[in-house]
Unconditional design. Structure first.
Length: 100
């Protein structure tokens, strides 16, 4: 279970079927700081380290998403864009192995 999921059952906003935000992030400043940190770290090190960080943050983003289905594809697309932005092919593993 992710550190963001405290229970298997969702807690919904009163009168809706929308789960509450489990993160407790109240300001955009915190999100901006996280974004800046991730972008700075993305260019430090080897392709293996980049792929490792990318996998970590991708799994964390999927884990904290309030809806369990239908978020994987858009999350993969989002991280493919981050990968291409940093000068790597969308599928680092297959590109390194020579698989197309």
């Amino acid at each position: 279970m992710s550190k963001y999921r405290f229970a298997e059952n969702d807690i919904y906003l009163p009168g809706t079927d929308i789960p509450r935000n489990r993160l407790g992030i109240e300001t955009q400043d915190v999100l901006h700081e996280v974004e800046t940190t991730l972008l700075q770290q993305a260019t430090d090190g080897t392709v293996e380290k980049f792929a490792e960080r990318l996998a970590h943050f991708q799994s964390e983003l999927i884990a904290l998403h309030p809806f369990h289905e239908l978020n994987g594809r858009i999350t993969r697309l989002f991280f493919d864009l981050i990968t291409v932005y940093n000068g790597y092919p969308p599928d680092i593993q297959h590109a390194r192995a020579g698989v197309s």
